[in-house]
Design a protein. Structure first.
Length: 243
């Protein structure tokens, strides 16, 4: 049984169909990529899975349980956590404080939350920054803090929404092993990303969404060779660089 099963999910906003009859399946332990042009509906799909938006129709099963339409905190407590494209930590609070907030998703005890937060910060090599206020962090460090807050909730499934956006090539290269390390601890990952180097490097399977509809799925190398994908998203320039 798949850990996440999205079945025929549609999300409408008045006359606009942002997600149109999308289905996808994610097995436990996988890293699955979701790509597509800006405005394709990728973040809206994440919002439906994580509970920020109820789907207009369709089903979302997590660990065999229907979660479509549940509250974000209920879905988080079930084991689904997401990061955000624009990182917004509590700017005047410390790195440790920000991470402890994430840990409160699964415990009400301060000592337990702090212990979990410290463990996560050590795992992400942020422990030496624990007493630094988050507004003083560099962008790569803020991205890692966003990961720390998410991991402190103890997710089974982590939805990463453009976690590498804005990073320089060297910083992207440094982020890849961090994501792999998270996956190796048993966390299943679905990643939305525009940086093809990252998606191709990490993903076992890729879904492509364009204008709200899924237009391709499969092995990364097969997907990027698909004519419809090239036309809708990658462009001939990307294909030329691969030969």
């Amino acid at each position: 049984m798949a850990l996440l099963e999205v079945k025929n999910v549609t999300k409408r906003f008045s006359g606009l169909i942002a997600v149109n009859d999308v289905s996808m399946s994610v097995e436990e332990g996988q890293i699955v990529g979701v790509i597509g042009p800006n405005g394709a509906g990728k973040t809206t799909l994440f919002n439906c899975i994580a509970g920020a938006l109820p789907p207009s129709s369709g089903s979302i099963l997590f660990d065999g349980q229907e979660v479509a339409g549940k509250k974000p905190y209920q879905i988080c407590q079930a084991g689904v956590t997401r990061t955000f494209q624009v990182v917004k930590p509590f700017a005047t609070k410390t790195v440790l404080y920000n991470t402890v907030v994430g840990a409160f998703a699964t415990t009400q005890h301060l000592h337990e939350a702090e212990t979990k937060a410290i463990e996560v910060l050590k795992f992400l090599d942020l422990y030496n920054k624990r007493d630094v206020v988050s507004q003083s962090l560099t962008l790569p460090e803020r991205k890692k803090l966003e990961l720390a807050r998410a991991l402190a909730t103890e997710p089974k499934l982590l939805l990463l929404d453009e976690v590498m956006a804005g990073l320089r090539p060297q910083e992207v290269t440094e982020m890849l092993p961090i994501i792999r390390k998270i996956n190796e601890t048993g966390v299943t990952i679905v990643i939305v990303e525009h940086i093809m180097q990252a998606i191709m490097n990490l993903s076992e399977k890729i879904y492509v969404i364009s204008f709200g509809k899924k237009i391709a799925e499969g092995d990364p190398h097969d997907v990027v060779s698909d004519e419809e994908v090239i036309k809708a998203y990658l462009g001939d320039e990307y294909v030329a660089t691969q030969h």
